[in-house]
Ligand binder design. Structure first.
Ligand SMILES: Nc1ncnc2c1ncn2[C@@H]1O[C@H](COP(=O)(O)OP(=O)(O)O)[C@@H](O)[C@H]1O
Ligand SMILES: [Mg+2]
Length: 255
């Protein structure tokens, strides 16, 4: 039996105007179901653009992307996006922020309430459903944003520097929580970050993009066992992978 890759890039190029230089060029990559792939690369090399193509928010100029064998614009229900700034609606409570996507799907009030309660439980926020975003810490807001992304039960989670604004301790904790959640759900994750340590900690594979045009420069397979913990971060194998990836990233910066 052959399995369809969860996300497939075949010769993907993107330019924003006919006479403009390509932002992405010749991206070939196959991501299997359940993989956790991080993307690192210099600012402006096209990381966010790449995620938007997968989300069907923007179309490739040439080449092809398939999400579970489908064109991204037909696979939107399978995909959720988590952005860096948690972009919660300040006038809605935590519960009603998470409920938004479900309301838009036209689910009944009871269905929505039950689903929201479960999601808040999952991200450890059952107690703050009636609070407003401004009453929460950065880490809590991020968890609301993740709960909201999960409301539509995606198979593919796209995360664009979701933890960049958090302090290091909170970020480490969020990383562990994210892996715990993923362990229960079998998502495929495409994760953009500037932190090589974060990329290595989370991922089964780290893709290093080089700029002008954005292209895959290197891939590092992270063969550290899951579950990953504080011990993982202290291991020599982890250090070695971070050093190796950092070196490849520095090369990519040089172009
Ligand atoms: N909608 C757009 N129209 C024109 N140019 C864009 C648009 N979005 C991104 N770009 C350009 O594409 C390049 C890559 O941007 P982006 O994907 O945001 O990079 P990254 O996320 O790696 O920092 C940048 O030069 C940016 O200015
Ligand atoms: Mg970006």
């Amino acid at each position: 039996m052959t399995t369809v890759p969860e996300v497939l890039f075949k010769g993907v190029s993107k330019r924003f105007a006919a006479n403009a230089a390509p932002v992405l060029d010749g991206i070939d990559m196959s991501i299997e179901r359940g993989e956790f792939v991080s993307i690192v690369g210099p600012s402006g090399c096209g990381k966010s653009t790449l995620l938007k193509l997968v989300a069907g928010l923007s179309a490739c100029t040439s080449g092809e992307i398939a999400v579970n064998g489908m064109q991204p614009k037909n696979a939107r229900e399978m995909v959720s996006f988590v952005f860096q700034d948690a972009t919660l609606l300040p006038w809605r409570t935590v519960e009603r922020n998470v409920a938004l996507a479900l309301e838009l799907e036209g689910r009944t009030r009871d269905e929505t309430a039950a689903a929201v309660a479960k999601l808040l439980e999952l991200v450890g926020l059952a107690e703050v459903g009636k609070s407003y975003p401004r009453q929460l810490s950065g880490g809590m807001k991020m968890r609301v944003s993740i709960a909201r992304a999960l409301a539509t039960r995606p198979r593919v989670l796209l995360m664009d520097e979701p933890f960049a604004a958090l302090d290091e301790m909170t970020r480490d904790r969020m990383n562990e929580e994210l892996l715990r959640l993923r362990g229960e759900q079998n998502w495929t994750v495409l994760f953009v970050t500037h932190s090589v340590a974060e990329a290595v900690f989370l991922s089964s594979r780290v893709v290093v993009l080089a700029p002008h045009p954005g292209r895959v420069a290197h891939e590092v397979v992270v063969d550290l066992p899951y579950p990953r913990t504080g011990e993982t971060r202290e291991s020599e194998a982890f250090d070695a992978l971070v050093n190796k990836t950092s070196k490849l990233l520095r090369e990519a910066y040089r172009g």
